[in-house]
Design a protein around this ligand. Structure first.
Ligand code: M6R
Length: 614
């Protein structure tokens, strides 16, 4: 949801800023812009509607000697994608420029107030009020002190923000502020850097400063970074963390797109996650800071997440209930935040979030902590807000996920949920050590099972033909496979723009079957499981109505093979692990359909990787 970068130092700023925007482009890509400042404070702005490549084109041939700058790639919230609404935004004098990620909820009243005092606005964005507020403070109480001006301006805002600001009145300095939206900083011999996330900084440092909630930071050309609380009280020791992957992990490395790369990386990601997780007394999850007594006492679980991570939760519920015997509720964070919760004295909230920055999910975690629940985060991003604000965190260690469509994080989160469920089950004595070992051994086989599916990508490429000219499609499954069907449909929708309806296979005859006509594509997820026969009956029902059936089935399932137009075969897997293996076919299928329909699989329209606004 918008990416911001900033640099002040001894090198030309533009190359880092454009590169940084390219790596952050997955956060939003409807417009982009850059503000450069020279040593005397003179500002130079370039911005446009469109992707970072369009901005880079406009910057070609520019005399870009400036060593200070801020930049932005946008996912529109207020105001259509246009040149005027692209960031940076300036004040009336043109001496202050800001970039912003988040939403200023009270911008209308602030804009009205500022307009009354003579400010004129050039955009329809919520962000522009920040520039005008800073302008007023610089001329008033702050008397030219940019840090004080930004702190006073921020105190007028409600909503969420990560802001980077430069001013001709404070040459060389970049001021940053953060509340509710992520921002990381780096201090190096070449200068000081700011970015929405570590992917933009991984090639300049492995050591990163986390700007805390409400914090203000002052970046100086020497590389020095001074961190303050919102009232400018200095923070002596700001939180830091080390990036544990190499910058090359965020590059294509020979793959045609990030989605292809991330699908292929799933076996290694799961191997990494499982390594060393079985100890003498069960699953090892040292990173949870809850006491054994607290874990054993858990008598109710809320899993809260969004999108693909919510699908992980739907499967994880089965793990928690089957093994640990703890009643578990799964909620979409955006709905959960406005509902009553029924907690006990020993309620656990598990938030699942790849980015660790999804605003709705973070709000749910805060809500649950406020009522006394313990919160455990399952996340992929080190040092993310979810990790920092939780009582315990399981990092899924999938490596940077750049494609907007989540793939490797999904399967790694499923495995992490299984580890957590086995851990709880052992702690509350619902499961024997022998069974934990057996389940762990089954998990160790998953990377190999996924490799087999990957080697059958040709089946998905062939099956993609059934969707190329379709106007809609249906995904069916029963039991755990009904969630695999949901995830497959979501993948298809988000990257190929083809409508895909997911439904529990048995429910289909209560409505969606009316969609089925000759040639209508229906994906039926029917691996070996206790509900296989029932699912085959549903497959026959759509078959009888002329559907083009794409069946995901276990090797050697002749009965399904006879009924299907296209087959996606999976190796035999334990029922509880089939969601981790089967979904890989549906990821591949979605990608092939999207490519056949000429879509950009990594940057689908209207979407952003990290949804940092509610
Ligand atoms: O970072 P999170 O896991 O919290 O993100 C949640 C959703 O926004 C995300 O899973 C989204 O649905 C993906 N684009 C799905 O591929």
């Amino acid at each position: 949801m918008c990416g911001i970068v900033g640099y002040t130092g001894n090198r030309p700023a533009l190359p880092f800023l454009l590169n940084g925007l390219r790596t952050l482009e997955y956060r939003g890509y409807d417009s982009a812009g850059v503000e450069l400042e020279d040593a005397s404070g003179e500002l130079l702005e370039v911005k446009c509607r469109g992707r970072v490549a369009a901005l880079a084109g406009l910057c070609e041939g520019l005399d870009a000697h400036q060593t200070i700058g801020i930049a932005h790639t946008r996912w529109a919230t207020h105001g259509e994608p246009s040149d005027a609404n692209a960031h940076p935004h300036r004040d009336c004098s043109g001496r202050v420029a800001v970039v912003h990620n988040g939403i200023i909820e009270n911008y209308q009243e602030l804009a009205a107030e500022l307009a009354e005092r003579g400010h004129s606005f050039k955009s329809e964005t919520d962000t522009e009020v920040i520039a005008h507020l800073v302008e007023e403070e610089l001329a008033g109480a702050a008397e030219g002190d940019l840090a004080l001006a930004l702190s006073l301006a921020a105190s007028r805002l409600t909503g969420s923000w990560a802001i980077a600001c430069v001013s001709a009145d404070a040459p060389g300095e970049i001021l940053c502020a953060r509340k509710g939206s992520p921002l990381v900083l780096a201090s190096t011999a070449d200068g000081a850097y700011a970015a929405s996330d570590v992917t933009a900084l991984a090639h300049v440092t492995s050591h990163v400063i986390n700007l805390d909630e409400g914090g203000i930071a002052r970046l100086l050309p020497s590389g020095e970074i001074r961190v303050f609380e919102s009232d400018l009280t200095p923070v002596a020791e700001p939180g830091t963390f080390d990036i544990d992957w190499n910058a090359s992990a965020a590059t294509l490395g020979g793959y045609p797109d990030f989605m292809a790369k991330e699908i292929a990386e799933q076996p290694e990601a799961i191997e990494r996650l499982l390594e060393g997780r079985l100890g003498d007394s069960g699953i090892v999850l040292d990173e949870l800071s809850l006491t054994p007594e607290e874990i054993a006492a858990i008598d109710r679980i809320y899993i809260v997440a969004c999108g693909t991570s919510w699908h992980v939760g739907l499967i994880a519920r089965a793990y928690f209930e089957r093994w640990a015997g703890v009643p578990t509720t799964v909620e979409c964070a955006s709905e959960f935040n406005y509902e009553e919760v029924l907690t006990t004295d020993h309620t656990l909230c598990v938030i699942i979030t790849q980015s660790g920055e999804t605003a709705d999910t973070l709000a749910s975690a805060r809500k649950m902590r406020a009522v006394g629940a313990k919160v455990i985060a399952i996340t992929n991003v080190l040092g993310s807000t979810a990790a920092r604000e939780s009582d315990g965190v399981i990092y899924v260690q999938a490596g940077p996920e750049i494609a907007v469509a989540s793939t490797k994080a999904y399967t790694a989160q499923l495995v992490a949920s299984a580890l957590l469920a086995l851990f709880l089950a052992r702690a509350n004595d619902s499961i024997s050590l022998k069974e934990v070992r057996a389940r762990y051994r089954e998990m160790l086989r998953v990377p190999e099972l996924i490799r087999i599916v990957l080697s059958r990508a040709w089946q998905d490429e062939v099956a993609a033909r059934a969707f190329v000219d379709a106007g809609s499609s249906l995904f069916l499954g029963r039991g755990l496979s009904s969630t695999t069907a949901r995830e497959g449909a979501l993948k298809l929708k988000e990257i190929s723009y083809l409508h895909a309806e997911a439904y529990p296979a048995g429910e289909m005859k209560h409505g969606p079957i009316a969609l089925v006509e000759q040639g209508y594509p229906v994906v039926v997820v029917v691996p070996e499981s206790p509900v296989r026969d029932k699912t085959i009956s549903n497959l026959q029902e759509v078959n009888a109505r002329g559907a083009c059936v794409i069946a995901l089935a276990t090797n050697g399932d002749v009965r399904v093979a006879q009924l299907a137009d296209y087959l996606l075969l999976v190796p035999p897997a334990p029922e509880w692990l089939s969601p981790v293996v089967d979904v890989v076919h549906l990821q591949l299928l979605a990608r092939y359909v999207a490519l056949a329909r000429g879509c950009d699989v990594d940057k689908p329209r209207n979407l952003a990787k990290s949804v940092t606004v509610e």
